[in-house]
Design a protein around this ligand. Structure first.
Ligand code: MRU
Length: 360
């Protein structure tokens, strides 16, 4: 997608220097800075510190991490320890373990002498495949938007989204935002309600920035405003991404997604989830037991970050020092509240049978 008119992906390999280049998402929307990752330790730190975030991008970054590690040592021992080293960088996004297991399986089939070349090719393949999936999701999601446009007789379509599931969360295009980008390019009138997404504010800092770059009309709202605007007929559809979707179609996504889905259900507003099929975890069956929910540092809750009037990054405390704070980062929306899943393969009912069909 474009940043000030120039095409960017969220991650790429500088082939000459063999280093991984990413956009430092902690600095957005105020500063657009690139960061250069030279080894697996820097890759892990970038994932943990959320320089890169969003389930698909976390997976792609980890795959490049394996390539950087193979450049140092191509033994089975190093391959296994590199995979284990990266695996717990962030626990909820299943794309991380998916990408690492894919890399490991394929590389164990290669002779060690070929593993540098092979790991580079495999990481590039995962990255390119992510772009293809997101483009397909855009096309599939567009069909839903076109249906709503027909019903609304060309009036503006109001779409609510939570967190950031745009191109910054993937390699390009995004998941939940990709149908919106495509619809806008096709001159469909769209307005996006952007949940701020406390505590890290991925909605108000990243989604709004992406929509601004594409000149898509949008309004940032507090996380608690969704129910109110739904009751007042101001939302035609909701769409979010996912960090892990169970074999039964239950959707784990950024904390607060569940409450939006409940409001949507109560107000008979369709709630869609857009995701590449590698975000579906067939091993997760019971969403209360099988989905690890990341708990991040409570600092993210007790302090707020931004820039001051001089344009300098600032962090200030907003809670009393003695109060305890818990920072649950994800929740699960049970399948019964999800209207449809949108993947690169099509539009699916969130049910065990339909999900099985995606992989058959
Ligand atoms: O904690 P984050 O910023 O990595 O969380 C991101 C989300 O919750 C996204 O909605 C999800 O990863 C889907 S991204 C296409």
């Amino acid at each position: 997608m474009k940043v000030k008119g120039k095409n960017y992906k969220s991650i790429w390999l500088d082939k000459k220097k063999s280093i991984v280049v990413v956009i430092d998402q902690r600095q957005l929307p105020h500063h657009f800075k690139l960061l250069y990752l030279k080894n697996i330790k820097e890759i892990k730190k970038a994932i943990k510190d959320m320089v890169v975030r969003g389930a698909p991008l976390i997976g792609v970054t980890a795959a490049y991490g394996i390539y950087l590690s193979m450049k140092n040592n191509t033994s089975d021992k190093n391959l296994n320890s590199s995979v284990n080293f990266l695996k717990d960088a962030r626990p909820t996004a299943v794309n991380l373990s998916w990408a690492l297991e894919f890399m490991k399986k394929k590389l164990l089939d290669e002779k060690p002498s070929n593993r540098v070349h092979a790991s580079k090719k495999l990481a590039e393949k995962i990255s390119n495949n992510d772009i293809k999936c997101c483009k397909k999701i855009a096309e599939n999601g567009l069909k839903i938007i076109l249906g709503i446009r027909k019903r609304k007789k060309n009036k503006t379509i109001n779409i609510l989204t939570h967190c950031n599931a745009g191109w910054l969360a993937t390699v390009d295009w995004g998941t939940a935002l990709s149908p919106i980008f495509l619809a806008h390019r096709k001159k469909i009138k769209i307005h996006v309600w952007v949940d701020e997404t406390r505590p890290r504010n991925q909605g108000s800092s990243l989604t709004s920035w992406e929509l601004l770059q594409e000149k898509i009309p949008h309004t940032i709202i507090t996380d608690n405003a969704g129910g109110h605007i739904m009751q007042h007929g101001m939302v035609d559809m909701c769409i979010t991404g996912s960090d892990r979707t169970t074999a039964n179609g239950d959707v784990c996504n950024k904390i607060g997604t569940y409450l939006k889905a409940l409001s949507a259900y109560d107000n008979k507003i369709p709630f869609y989830v857009a995701l590449p099929s590698n975000t579906i975890d067939l091993n997760s069956k019971n969403y209360l037991k099988d989905v690890p929910i990341e708990e991040r540092n409570s600092d993210e809750l007790t302090h707020i970050k931004g820039i001051n009037s001089k344009g300098k990054n600032t962090k200030i405390r907003i809670t009393p020092k003695g109060s305890k704070a818990s920072n649950y980062s994800f929740d699960v929306t049970p399948a019964k509240y999800v209207t449809r899943l949108i993947t690169e393969k099509g539009i699916h009912k969130p049910s065990k049978i339909e999900i099985k069909k995606i992989f058959s």
